[in-house]
Design a protein around this ligand. Structure first.
Ligand SMILES: [Zn+2]
Length: 121
């Protein structure tokens, strides 16, 4: 289950990003994931809930934005959609195209809520 290792590094970067806001609670974490990362959104969410259980991120929501995979042909410069890890240009059938998108794993943004019990923001 490679989703767990992805989630673990994700949770780590969220905690680093929010270190500057000790009084705030994380409400939503938005992540952009390329299709070729082959993650199952439901599995990611389950892993996220498990990984954040005993952390200040417990109860926050993970939102995934899937990005389609595209590549550019080295021969004819044609840009085309990629469905699998292995692909070739649909025009000239050259292999070894350069991936343009599909391998993203980006933290898009973190939505914070002010902590209501301690008054700090
Ligand atoms: Zn081509």
């Amino acid at each position: 289950m490679h989703e767990m290792s992805i989630v673990e590094s994700l949770v780590e970067s969220v905690q680093q990003e929010t270190r500057a806001y000790p009084g705030a609670r994380v409400a939503t974490v938005r992540v952009r994931v390329g299709k070729l990362r082959l993650v199952v959104p439901e599995v990611m969410e389950t892993c996220y809930a498990a990984a954040t259980l005993d952390t200040p991120l417990a109860g926050s929501r993970l939102e995934l934005e899937q990005v389609a995979a595209t590549a550019r042909c080295p021969q004819c410069q044609n840009e085309f959609a990629v469905e699998e890890q292995w692909f070739e240009c649909p025009k000239c059938h050259a292999a070894g195209g350069e991936l343009l998108t599909g391998q993203e794993l980006d933290l898009v943004n973190i939505e914070l809520e002010e902590c209501c019990s301690c008054g700090a923001a």
